[in-house]
Design a protein around this ligand. Structure first.
Ligand code: 0GY
Length: 297
Protein backbone atom coordinates (compact mmCIF):
# COMPACT_ATOMS: atom_id res chain seq x y z
CA UNK A 1 0.00 0.00 0.00
CA UNK A 2 1.64 3.22 -1.10
CA UNK A 3 1.59 6.32 1.04
CA UNK A 4 0.25 9.37 -0.77
CA UNK A 5 3.17 11.71 -1.46
CA UNK A 6 2.65 15.44 -1.16
CA UNK A 7 4.27 17.78 -3.67
CA UNK A 8 8.02 17.40 -3.16
CA UNK A 9 8.57 20.92 -1.86
CA UNK A 10 5.48 21.21 0.32
CA UNK A 11 6.69 21.11 3.92
CA UNK A 12 4.87 18.32 5.75
CA UNK A 13 4.76 18.22 9.53
CA UNK A 14 3.79 14.62 10.22
CA UNK A 15 3.97 14.21 13.99
CA UNK A 16 1.22 14.54 16.55
CA UNK A 17 1.43 17.85 18.45
CA UNK A 18 0.19 16.32 21.68
CA UNK A 19 0.38 12.49 21.81
CA UNK A 20 -1.48 10.66 24.55
CA UNK A 21 0.33 9.11 27.51
CA UNK A 22 0.33 5.35 26.89
CA UNK A 23 -1.17 3.03 29.51
CA UNK A 24 1.50 0.44 28.71
CA UNK A 25 4.74 0.97 30.63
CA UNK A 26 7.75 -0.39 28.73
CA UNK A 27 10.38 -2.39 30.66
CA UNK A 28 13.39 -0.53 32.08
CA UNK A 29 15.92 0.22 29.37
CA UNK A 30 13.42 0.01 26.48
CA UNK A 31 14.68 1.07 23.04
CA UNK A 32 12.66 2.82 20.33
CA UNK A 33 14.58 1.19 17.47
CA UNK A 34 13.16 3.11 14.51
CA UNK A 35 12.85 6.87 14.55
CA UNK A 36 14.29 9.84 12.68
CA UNK A 37 15.49 13.40 13.14
CA UNK A 38 14.72 15.98 10.46
CA UNK A 39 16.87 19.07 10.27
CA UNK A 40 16.45 21.67 11.62
CA UNK A 41 16.74 22.62 7.95
CA UNK A 42 18.55 25.87 8.76
CA UNK A 43 21.38 23.84 10.31
CA UNK A 44 21.13 20.53 8.43
CA UNK A 45 19.57 21.18 5.01
CA UNK A 46 17.53 18.48 3.28
CA UNK A 47 19.06 16.71 0.28
CA UNK A 48 18.54 18.15 -3.21
CA UNK A 49 17.50 14.67 -4.45
CA UNK A 50 14.80 14.21 -1.76
CA UNK A 51 11.28 13.13 -2.74
CA UNK A 52 9.53 14.97 0.11
CA UNK A 53 10.25 17.86 2.48
CA UNK A 54 9.46 17.20 6.13
CA UNK A 55 8.90 19.78 8.83
CA UNK A 56 11.79 20.10 11.25
CA UNK A 57 11.73 17.37 13.88
CA UNK A 58 14.64 17.99 16.19
CA UNK A 59 16.71 15.82 18.47
CA UNK A 60 15.35 17.72 21.49
CA UNK A 61 11.79 16.85 20.45
CA UNK A 62 12.78 13.21 19.89
CA UNK A 63 14.42 12.92 23.30
CA UNK A 64 11.41 14.56 25.00
CA UNK A 65 9.08 12.07 23.28
CA UNK A 66 11.35 9.18 24.32
CA UNK A 67 11.04 10.20 27.96
CA UNK A 68 7.29 10.91 27.72
CA UNK A 69 6.56 7.47 26.23
CA UNK A 70 8.65 5.69 28.88
CA UNK A 71 11.58 4.70 26.69
CA UNK A 72 15.26 4.89 27.56
CA UNK A 73 17.05 4.89 24.19
CA UNK A 74 16.61 5.53 20.47
CA UNK A 75 17.95 4.05 17.26
CA UNK A 76 17.87 6.94 14.81
CA UNK A 77 17.59 5.89 11.18
CA UNK A 78 18.73 8.07 8.30
CA UNK A 79 15.69 9.04 6.22
CA UNK A 80 15.82 9.63 2.48
CA UNK A 81 15.08 13.35 2.80
CA UNK A 82 18.63 13.78 4.17
CA UNK A 83 20.19 11.63 1.42
CA UNK A 84 23.75 10.61 2.27
CA UNK A 85 24.33 13.64 4.49
CA UNK A 86 24.33 12.04 7.93
CA UNK A 87 25.19 15.19 9.90
CA UNK A 88 21.79 15.59 11.61
CA UNK A 89 21.84 11.91 12.59
CA UNK A 90 25.41 12.02 13.92
CA UNK A 91 24.70 15.27 15.80
CA UNK A 92 21.69 13.67 17.50
CA UNK A 93 23.61 10.50 18.37
CA UNK A 94 26.40 12.50 20.00
CA UNK A 95 23.95 14.73 21.89
CA UNK A 96 22.13 11.67 23.26
CA UNK A 97 25.13 10.79 25.43
CA UNK A 98 25.11 7.06 24.84
CA UNK A 99 21.32 6.85 24.66
CA UNK A 100 21.14 6.75 20.85
CA UNK A 101 22.63 4.69 18.09
CA UNK A 102 22.37 5.43 14.38
CA UNK A 103 21.78 3.80 11.02
CA UNK A 104 23.35 5.88 8.25
CA UNK A 105 23.11 6.07 4.48
CA UNK A 106 26.47 6.03 2.72
CA UNK A 107 27.75 5.65 -0.83
CA UNK A 108 30.32 3.25 -2.22
CA UNK A 109 32.80 6.13 -2.10
CA UNK A 110 32.47 6.46 1.70
CA UNK A 111 35.79 7.39 3.28
CA UNK A 112 36.88 4.70 5.80
CA UNK A 113 37.97 7.42 8.25
CA UNK A 114 34.48 9.00 8.05
CA UNK A 115 32.94 5.61 8.78
CA UNK A 116 35.17 5.29 11.85
CA UNK A 117 34.12 8.75 13.00
CA UNK A 118 30.48 7.78 12.55
CA UNK A 119 31.11 4.58 14.50
CA UNK A 120 32.53 6.60 17.39
CA UNK A 121 29.38 8.76 17.32
CA UNK A 122 27.18 5.65 17.60
CA UNK A 123 26.40 4.54 14.04
CA UNK A 124 26.10 0.74 13.79
CA UNK A 125 24.47 0.14 10.42
CA UNK A 126 23.59 1.37 6.94
CA UNK A 127 20.18 1.55 5.32
CA UNK A 128 19.44 0.33 1.80
CA UNK A 129 16.15 1.71 0.51
CA UNK A 130 14.29 -0.01 -2.33
CA UNK A 131 10.98 1.87 -2.03
CA UNK A 132 10.49 3.44 -5.43
CA UNK A 133 8.49 6.47 -4.28
CA UNK A 134 11.36 7.40 -1.90
CA UNK A 135 14.57 6.87 -3.86
CA UNK A 136 16.02 6.42 -7.32
CA UNK A 137 17.26 2.86 -7.72
CA UNK A 138 20.81 1.93 -6.67
CA UNK A 139 22.42 -1.02 -8.49
CA UNK A 140 22.89 -4.06 -6.25
CA UNK A 141 26.61 -4.27 -6.98
CA UNK A 142 26.96 -0.78 -5.48
CA UNK A 143 25.19 -1.98 -2.34
CA UNK A 144 27.55 -4.98 -2.21
CA UNK A 145 30.58 -2.69 -2.37
CA UNK A 146 29.12 -0.65 0.50
CA UNK A 147 28.72 -3.87 2.49
CA UNK A 148 32.41 -4.65 1.91
CA UNK A 149 33.24 -1.30 3.54
CA UNK A 150 30.93 -1.48 6.54
CA UNK A 151 31.09 -5.18 7.46
CA UNK A 152 34.61 -4.88 8.96
CA UNK A 153 33.22 -2.35 11.46
CA UNK A 154 30.69 -4.93 12.64
CA UNK A 155 27.82 -2.90 11.17
CA UNK A 156 24.62 -4.41 9.82
CA UNK A 157 22.29 -3.56 6.95
CA UNK A 158 18.74 -2.23 7.33
CA UNK A 159 16.56 -2.74 4.25
CA UNK A 160 13.29 -1.08 3.32
CA UNK A 161 11.17 -2.54 0.53
CA UNK A 162 7.55 -3.25 -0.42
CA UNK A 163 6.14 -6.81 -0.13
CA UNK A 164 5.67 -7.02 -3.90
CA UNK A 165 9.45 -6.68 -4.38
CA UNK A 166 10.51 -9.43 -1.99
CA UNK A 167 10.58 -12.24 -4.53
CA UNK A 168 13.02 -10.34 -6.73
CA UNK A 169 15.07 -9.09 -3.78
CA UNK A 170 15.33 -12.34 -1.79
CA UNK A 171 18.51 -13.70 -3.46
CA UNK A 172 20.25 -10.38 -2.82
CA UNK A 173 19.13 -10.28 0.82
CA UNK A 174 20.23 -13.88 1.30
CA UNK A 175 23.67 -13.07 -0.12
CA UNK A 176 24.42 -10.41 2.51
CA UNK A 177 27.01 -11.52 5.07
CA UNK A 178 25.92 -9.17 7.87
CA UNK A 179 22.80 -9.10 10.01
CA UNK A 180 19.98 -7.75 7.82
CA UNK A 181 17.09 -5.90 9.49
CA UNK A 182 13.91 -5.56 7.43
CA UNK A 183 11.89 -2.42 8.05
CA UNK A 184 8.20 -2.73 8.90
CA UNK A 185 7.87 -6.51 8.31
CA UNK A 186 8.57 -6.02 4.61
CA UNK A 187 5.38 -3.95 4.31
CA UNK A 188 2.77 -6.73 3.99
CA UNK A 189 -0.59 -6.02 2.37
CA UNK A 190 -2.67 -6.60 5.51
CA UNK A 191 -5.88 -7.12 3.52
CA UNK A 192 -4.40 -10.37 2.21
CA UNK A 193 -4.08 -11.80 5.75
CA UNK A 194 -1.20 -13.54 7.51
CA UNK A 195 -1.88 -16.81 5.65
CA UNK A 196 -1.26 -15.27 2.23
CA UNK A 197 1.76 -16.59 0.28
CA UNK A 198 3.35 -13.12 0.31
CA UNK A 199 3.64 -13.06 4.11
CA UNK A 200 4.55 -16.75 4.16
CA UNK A 201 7.41 -15.91 1.80
CA UNK A 202 8.67 -13.36 4.34
CA UNK A 203 8.41 -15.86 7.22
CA UNK A 204 10.24 -18.45 5.14
CA UNK A 205 12.99 -15.94 4.40
CA UNK A 206 13.46 -15.37 8.15
CA UNK A 207 13.22 -19.10 8.89
CA UNK A 208 15.91 -19.99 6.39
CA UNK A 209 18.27 -17.09 7.20
CA UNK A 210 19.11 -16.67 10.87
CA UNK A 211 20.84 -13.37 10.17
CA UNK A 212 17.59 -11.75 8.96
CA UNK A 213 15.67 -9.73 11.55
CA UNK A 214 12.46 -7.70 11.29
CA UNK A 215 11.13 -4.49 12.76
CA UNK A 216 7.54 -5.14 13.82
CA UNK A 217 6.82 -1.46 13.40
CA UNK A 218 4.56 0.91 11.49
CA UNK A 219 1.04 -0.45 11.93
CA UNK A 220 -0.07 3.08 11.03
CA UNK A 221 1.48 2.72 7.55
CA UNK A 222 0.15 -0.77 6.92
CA UNK A 223 -3.33 -0.54 8.44
CA UNK A 224 -6.45 -0.31 6.33
CA UNK A 225 -8.75 -0.15 9.37
CA UNK A 226 -6.93 2.79 10.99
CA UNK A 227 -6.26 3.29 14.72
CA UNK A 228 -5.79 1.32 16.90
CA UNK A 229 -4.48 -0.78 13.97
CA UNK A 230 -5.96 -4.13 15.01
CA UNK A 231 -5.65 -5.39 11.44
CA UNK A 232 -1.84 -5.25 11.69
CA UNK A 233 -1.54 -7.00 15.08
CA UNK A 234 -1.66 -10.60 13.70
CA UNK A 235 1.31 -9.89 11.43
CA UNK A 236 3.51 -8.43 14.15
CA UNK A 237 2.44 -11.00 16.76
CA UNK A 238 3.23 -13.87 14.39
CA UNK A 239 6.79 -12.60 13.91
CA UNK A 240 7.35 -11.79 17.60
CA UNK A 241 6.24 -15.29 18.61
CA UNK A 242 8.10 -17.13 15.84
CA UNK A 243 11.33 -15.09 15.96
CA UNK A 244 11.46 -13.64 19.50
CA UNK A 245 15.21 -13.02 19.35
CA UNK A 246 15.20 -11.25 15.96
CA UNK A 247 12.52 -8.58 16.25
CA UNK A 248 12.77 -4.86 17.02
CA UNK A 249 10.10 -2.24 17.67
CA UNK A 250 10.03 1.48 16.88
CA UNK A 251 7.68 4.45 16.82
CA UNK A 252 8.83 5.70 13.39
CA UNK A 253 8.51 9.25 14.79
CA UNK A 254 8.14 11.78 13.11
CA UNK A 255 6.27 9.52 10.68
CA UNK A 256 7.52 10.76 7.30
CA UNK A 257 4.84 11.04 4.61
CA UNK A 258 1.98 10.29 7.02
CA UNK A 259 0.31 13.65 6.36
CA UNK A 260 -3.45 13.21 6.67
CA UNK A 261 -3.01 10.08 8.83
CA UNK A 262 -0.76 11.35 11.62
CA UNK A 263 -0.61 8.70 14.37
CA UNK A 264 -0.80 9.26 18.11
CA UNK A 265 2.48 7.84 19.45
CA UNK A 266 0.77 6.84 22.72
CA UNK A 267 -1.64 4.62 20.75
CA UNK A 268 1.32 3.02 18.96
CA UNK A 269 3.00 2.18 22.30
CA UNK A 270 -0.25 0.71 23.61
CA UNK A 271 -0.18 -1.84 20.77
CA UNK A 272 3.01 -3.43 22.18
CA UNK A 273 1.34 -5.83 24.66
CA UNK A 274 -0.97 -6.99 21.85
CA UNK A 275 1.91 -7.98 19.58
CA UNK A 276 4.18 -9.22 22.40
CA UNK A 277 1.73 -10.69 24.91
CA UNK A 278 4.13 -11.78 27.65
CA UNK A 279 6.63 -9.82 29.72
CA UNK A 280 9.40 -12.12 28.47
CA UNK A 281 8.57 -11.33 24.82
CA UNK A 282 8.32 -7.60 25.58
CA UNK A 283 11.74 -7.62 27.20
CA UNK A 284 13.32 -9.35 24.20
CA UNK A 285 11.59 -7.01 21.74
CA UNK A 286 12.28 -3.74 23.55
CA UNK A 287 15.50 -4.36 25.50
CA UNK A 288 17.50 -7.54 24.83
CA UNK A 289 17.38 -7.56 21.02
CA UNK A 290 18.17 -3.88 20.39
CA UNK A 291 20.85 -3.91 23.08
CA UNK A 292 22.55 -6.92 21.48
CA UNK A 293 22.46 -5.35 18.02
CA UNK A 294 23.26 -1.72 18.84
CA UNK A 295 24.99 -1.52 22.22
CA UNK A 296 27.31 -4.54 22.15
CA UNK A 297 30.32 -2.22 22.00
C1 0GY B 1 9.98 5.16 7.38
C2 0GY B 1 9.22 5.38 6.22
C3 0GY B 1 9.22 6.23 5.17
C4 0GY B 1 10.22 7.12 4.79
C5 0GY B 1 11.49 6.92 4.99
O1 0GY B 1 13.69 7.26 4.58
C6 0GY B 1 12.58 7.70 4.41
O2 0GY B 1 12.31 8.71 3.78
O3 0GY B 1 11.88 5.92 5.74
C7 0GY B 1 8.08 6.08 4.28
O4 0GY B 1 7.66 7.08 3.67
O5 0GY B 1 7.54 4.95 4.16
O6 0GY B 1 10.38 4.04 7.60
O7 0GY B 1 10.21 6.01 8.21
Amino acid sequence: MAEKMADRDTVQVTYHPNPSKPSYVPPAGAVDAHCHVFGPAAEFPFAPERKYTPGDASKAQLFALRDFLGFDKNVIVQATCHGKDNRALVDACIAANGKARGVATVGEDADPDDLKTMHAAGVRGVRFNFVKRLVDATPKDVFLRIVDKIAPLGWHVVVYFEAADLEELAPFLESLPTIVVVDHMGRPDVEKGVGHPDFQRFRTLMCENENIWSKVSCPERLSVAGPPYDDVVPFAKTLVEQFPDRVLWGTDWPHPNMHGKIPDDGVLVDRIPHIAPTEALQKKLLVDNPMRLYWAD
